[in-house]
Ligand binder design. Structure first.
Ligand code: FAD
Length: 505
């Protein structure tokens, strides 16, 4: 058994034969939860091996095309989707940095009513206001949260602000973890300038600076060895990074294990190894989104500028409006018009702006199965999405749009404000909505009752002495705001609790 090698390791360093490692704590998954947990553990003086299925990347390696990014940075090569009464692509990241490698860097504190609900109804006693304030301050400085200047926002964001201002809506530039952003618009393909502070370059770098963490990319964890109520080791396969085929094997021994595979990976790992039953994988929440495109006489060039820069706060009604942008090839997939009409929009794309609605899912029902992802969009959630699309259309007409294309199949182009209520009717079924999601949560929910939750209020898996979960899967409910900051707060909190359990003094 070799002690781990501090620093970043990957396939090229593994050499011949099985990899055998040991540390105080083994963290499984290198995303927002894994990196912040590793930071808390190493700062408490513990040694950590962090295992991540994807690669260690440098910003200069990222290529700004969807095909490159899907292959190298996206779970399931970008094909992951939920099925139920509609199909919803469910994006997720893979690599040291996890989904932060491909996220839009939007930062929101956990809404206070959500934290109150978690404390009062889900036993989340560790998330008191003073501690969470300290977490948010730490996160803000570590990932460089800032509002990017207007010259980098460019037209897609500015035109939405113009419409929101004209309607007197509560809109703001979004705070983002991208202090060096220059508005190249490729956040979702990996930030090529390093202007976005992903967790591999922020929280994990702090852990690396202690010399107490070995980060092992190209390592997919599959199995466990147990002894009574304790996990003794995890095992898995190293991944050859060109074709992503299996290479060698590894085994990591530790005193404690923290699973941070995200809301899809964590429940699958726990269930495949018989480590949790009952509600594991249930309670999937995803913050579904829908959208509208709007044509303006002037050029917008929507793929230039901050990827998602402006929002309107309608949280009290169950949703936020947020701008978004994509590379041109991705826009084609989001034009719900027949062939020639769709191609005409693509030829004219420089004149279009894009904005969407993200909802706080409440009456939808979903779960993560061993291979399938199931999500049934609830009736109230469907209505919230429709209300949000109507509001996006109103914003665009207020900004001077000549036409609006709702992301809904069967709805004709809207030519005026009156068309919004004429065509976007409340009885449009879920299957007609153009939907997307990238915020899976809740599938190993935290709670005070072992019958209805997977982990206890300190993040420990019920029934196990030394097995914990610290990622988006432990959220008891959805948030209604973009989740990365809350995931990092989970990592800092559960990391602190794991360290306390190991060093009770
Ligand atoms: C396209 C996109 C845009 C987003 N934009 C924003 C945004 O602007 N703001 C915001 O707040 N949130 C955003 N999010 C969501 C946010 O990034 C996630 O909520 C957050 O990163 C989740 O953290 P996590 O630790 O739960 O999972 P992840 O960050 O997804 O990390 C999980 C990691 O575990 C690894 N893993 C899984 N299983 C195993 C295994 N068996 N062995 C080894 N490794 C494993 C995965 O490869 C992955 O790297 C976005 C997400 C996406 C996909």
């Amino acid at each position: 058994m070799t002690r781990f090698r501090p620093g970043r390791n990957g396939f090229e360093q593994f050499g011949e034969g099985p990899l055998e490692l040991a540390a105080d704590v083994c963290v499984i998954g290198g995303g927002a939860g894994g990196a912040s947990t590793a930071c808390a553990l190493t700062e408490a003086g513990l040694t950590v091996v962090l295992l991540e299925e994807g690669r260690n990347w440098r910003p200069q390696q990222f290529q700004p095309t969807a095909s490159w990014a899907f292959k190298h940075l996206y779970a399931g090569r970008g094909t992951r989707a939920t099925r139920g009464n509609c199909v919803i692509p469910l994006a997720g990241g893979r690599g040291v940095g996890g989904s932060t490698l491909i996220n839009s860097a939007i930062c929101f504190r956990t809404p206070e009513p959500v934290l109150t609900d978690w404390r009062e109804n889900h036993g989340c006693e560790h998330f008191d206001t003073a501690w969470m304030d300290a977490c948010f301050a730490r996160i803000w400085s570590t990932i460089g949260v800032t509002v990017n200047p207007p010259e980098f926002q460019r037209e897609n964001n500015r035109i939405f602000k113009q419409g929101a201002d004209a309607l007197g809506l509560d809109g703001k530039w979004m705070a983002r973890s991208a202090p060096g952003c220059t508005g190249c618009g490729t956040c979702n393909q990996g930030c090529p300038t390093g202007g976005k502070l992903t967790v591999d370059r922020s929280f994990l770098q702090l852990a690396l600076d202690t010399g107490r963490v070995g980060v092992y990319g190209d390592c997919r964890v599959e199995g466990v060895e147990t002894d009574g109520g304790r996990v003794v080791a995890v095992t898995g396969r190293t991944v050859e990074p060109k074709g992503y085929t299996d290479a060698g094997t590894f085994r990591v021994k530790a005193d404690r294990f923290v699973v941070c595979g995200g809301a899809v990976g964590s429940p699958r790992f726990l269930r495949a190894n018989g480590l949790a039953s009952g509600v594991v994988g249930q309670n999937l929440r995803i913050h579904p989104t829908s959208y509208a495109l709007a044509r303006f006489d002037q050029e917008i060039v929507p793929w230039h500028g901050v990827t998602q820069g402006y929002y309107v706060d309608m949280w009290d009604q169950g949703f936020l409006l947020q701008t978004f942008s994509m590379p041109p090839d991705q826009y084609y997939l989001s034009v719900p018009l027949p062939g020639d009409e769709g191609l005409a929009v693509m030829r004219d794309l420089r004149h279009f702006a894009s904005g969407g609605v993200v909802i706080h899912d409440e009456d939808s029902v979903g779960h993560v199965g061993s291979s399938e992802l199931v999500y049934w969009l609830g009736d109230q959630d469907r209505r919230r999405l429709l209300a949000g699309v109507r509001q996006v259309a109103r914003v665009y007409f207020a900004a001077g749009a000549t036409e609006v294309i709702a992301g809904i199949h069967g709805v004709p182009k809207l030519r005026s404000v009156d068309d919004i209520d004429r065509y976007i009717l409340d009885d449009i079924p879920a299957v007609e909505l153009g939907l997307y999601a990238s915020h899976p949560m809740g599938t190993c929910r935290m709670g005070a009752d072992a019958a209805t939750s997977v982990v206890d209020p300190a993040g420990r898996v019920w029934g196990w002495d030394n097995l914990h979960v610290a990622d988006a899967s432990v959220f008891p409910t959805s948030l209604g705001v973009n989740p990365q900051v809350t995931v990092m707060a989970m990592g800092l909190t559960i990391g602190r609790e794991v360290a306390r359990a190991m060093n009770p003094d």
